[in-house]
Design a protein around this ligand. Structure first.
Ligand SMILES: [Zn+2]
Length: 67
């Protein structure tokens, strides 16, 4: 089976934990709100995004180990 760079070249987008908009994974300063994209805000946590993020991370790990 040839995995022709499946989704590996595509940049991963994650949600800014301050304004809850998409930023590139690994970006520290959010281009939208200029806040700390890695610092979890109340809005992020109370909105349930923290749970979603955790599930997405597990899904990604699972995909990686299967291919
Ligand atoms: Zn932001």
């Amino acid at each position: 089976m040839i995995a022709s760079g499946h989704a590996k070249a595509a940049p991963v987008l994650v949600l800014c934990r301050q304004c809850v908009r998409y930023v590139f994974e690994g970006a520290r300063t959010c281009p939208h709100c200029h806040g700390d994209a890695l610092e979890i805000s109340e809005r992020y946590r109370d909105g349930g995004y923290l749970v979603i993020e955790t599930m997405q991370r597990i899904d990604r790990l699972r995909e990686g180990s299967e291919s």
